[in-house]
Write a protein that binds this ligand. Structure first.
Ligand code: FMN
Length: 334
């Protein structure tokens, strides 16, 4: 592909890789404006979760993850990706532009990541009771650092504290009818649906003294879903940034995705927990516990068995030739 102009097909391939990024409730809250020299990443406010994510922190983080995938795919297309965050103050939904107008430099630092971003998926099942070697954990810490974020694995006693906070978050959200309605709208049994959390990706309920996984089955009774024992010494980390505004959220999303892609490259599994970060006082408690800045995500890594991938909207549904005004954009962060 080297020096020639990127074709429509090349741009579609880049966007197809971009949308494999994780997103809150698999809302895929993004749109892309593609030109041969750049791809713009826009937030799609019509896909915002106003109950659990009123300030769009997690939406922005999800879009940050998609920016990281675009960088990896651009390097594979022999372009040196150059990212501009929030390039236009007049258009707050325009979150980033990934420039593709320079040829790739030798060793762009994404080796092995392209294949891994396709293999990566959320694993909500129990992991094996096998140790994750220390150098592997250190590599994940480095991955976060490379993106300007911090990742810290919690010690056993800290994990016990986090468990208490996470249980409280789960308890409060379960009792909130608006939370349940939002969750119901984004969970599905429909095999044709291309967004939302499909019941086949839920995993079992963990036993009582484990981190509560977000119960996506809360509003649909499923007698087949069992309680299972999860790993006895879970490796759980907090991902944090020094600041806590939109550029930090975009940075956190890129850091999260780099960590998850490296996890997949090393054959490890990962799952995410964001409930404790969706309630202001509990997020403060996680901040004190993590001690490394504003917490943006909680993740668990380990040795997992294979799980099913989740669906994505096709490229034609997320690609625009010119920026379009999404429903809700006028009210977006004004
Ligand atoms: C900001 C954010 C918050 C998330 N929070 C949770 C969570 O609390 N519990 C969970 O099981 N998954 C969580 N996820 C994972 C998404 O549900 C998952 O990425 C999405 O369903 C797509 O599946 P995939 O990652 O396997 O492609 C979160 C992802 C993001 C980006």
């Amino acid at each position: 592909m080297s020096d020639r102009q990127l074709t429509e097909g090349d741009l579609d391939d880049l966007i197809a890789a971009a949308v494999r990024a994780p997103s809150l409730h698999n809302t895929q809250p993004w749109r892309f404006v593609a030109r041969p020299e750049a791809i713009e990443v826009h937030a799609d406010p019509s896909r915002a979760l106003r109950v659990i994510d009123p300030d769009a922190r997690e939406l922005t983080l999800s879009c940050g993850a998609t920016v990281f995938n675009l960088r990896v795919a651009a390097a594979r297309a022999k372009r040196e990706p150059h990212v501009q965050l929030l390039p236009d103050p007049e258009v707050p939904t325009h979150l980033a532009t990934v420039w593709l107008d320079r040829p790739v430099l030798a060793g762009a630092g994404y080796a092995g990541m392209y294949d891994a971003l396709w293999r990566r998926r959320m694993n909500r099942r129990p992991f094996r009771d096998a140790e994750v070697p220390e150098p592997r954990l250190a590599e994940l810490v480095e991955a976060a650092k490379a993106e300007g974020a911090a990742l810290r694995f919690l010690r056993r006693h800290e994990l016990a504290e986090l468990l208490a906070v996470a249980r409280e978050a789960d308890r409060r959200q379960r009792c909130d009818s608006a939370y349940r309605a939002e969750l119901a709208a984004w969970t599905t049994d429909d095999p044709w649906r291309t967004d939302g959390i499909h019941s086949s990706t839920l995993g079992p309920y963990p036993q009582v003294n484990f981190l509560p996984v977000r119960d996506f089955g809360l509003t649909r009774l499923d007698s087949a879903r069992r309680i299972e024992r999860f790993e006895s010494d879970p490796k759980v980390a907090v991902l944090a940034t020094a600041g806590d505004d939109r550029p930090d959220w975009l940075r956190a999303g890129q850091a999260l995705q780099r960590v998850l892609v490296v996890t997949a490259m090393r054959g490890l599994a990962a799952s995410l927990f964001s409930q404790p970060l969706e309630l202001t006082d509990l997020r403060r408690a996680v901040r004190d516990l993590g001690g490394i800045g504003a917490p943006q995500m909680i993740l668990r890594v380990g040795h997992g068995r294979a799980v099913l991938p989740s669906a994505r909207r096709p490229v034609r549904d997320v690609k625009d030739l010119v920026p379009r005004v999404a429903p809700g954009a006028q009210r977006w962060r004004r």
